[in-house]
Design a protein around this ligand. Structure first.
Ligand code: FES
Length: 161
């Protein structure tokens, strides 16, 4: 798929049919996803680009980017493990898992491993409270997590080239 071509098409479509997308926030999400697929994350220039394409302010786009768990504002590894640190998961051991994740991955939370393979991010509630402590692994739900399983997971993902 040619993402750049698709963005041009979308921009043209939005310009010609503004009444079809009265709620431009709805249009912003797939645009952000397309840009992230192309670039790996959304830097400030990408946020401005989405604002330009949708007619939203950069603040509104920033709010959307912050709200959506799978939109990244900073570089991430090829694999992303997001560990929930909200209430249900926290009382079931997520805080210990986050500390352990730094040890197992070898880098601080939010950082990318030197080989570019892995990032571990803390996250707000993932909607997997019944599986607490829960995580998303490349967008797929996982839980309940324990230290043994987390270590095996992170070592496996972190070793991939
Ligand atoms: S509190 Fe962790 S998934 Fe909801």
């Amino acid at each position: 798929m040619n993402t750049k071509h698709n963005r041009q098409d979308l921009h043209s479509f939005l310009s010609q049919h503004p009444s079809i997308h009265p709620e431009r926030r709805a249009a912003a999400v797939p645009i952000m996803q397309a840009l992230q697929k192309e670039r790996g994350y959304l830097n400030d220039a990408a946020i401005e680009e989405v604002a330009h394409l949708t007619g939203l302010s950069t603040t509104e786009v920033e709010e959307l980017a912050t709200f959506y768990t799978l939109i990244y504002r900073y570089p991430v590894g090829r694999h992303v493990v997001q560990i929930c640190d909200s209430v249900c998961c926290s009382i079931r051991g997520a805080d210990e898992l986050l500390v352990a994740a730094e040890k197992y991955s070898g880098v601080p939370l939010g950082a990318v491993t030197p080989n570019g393979a892995l990032s571990v991010l803390p996250s707000i509630c993932l909607g997997l409270c019944d599986r607490a402590p829960a995580a998303l692994v490349d967008g797929e739900g996982l839980g309940p997590l324990n230290k043994v399983g987390l270590e095996a997971l992170l070592r496996s993902l972190g070793e991939e080239d």
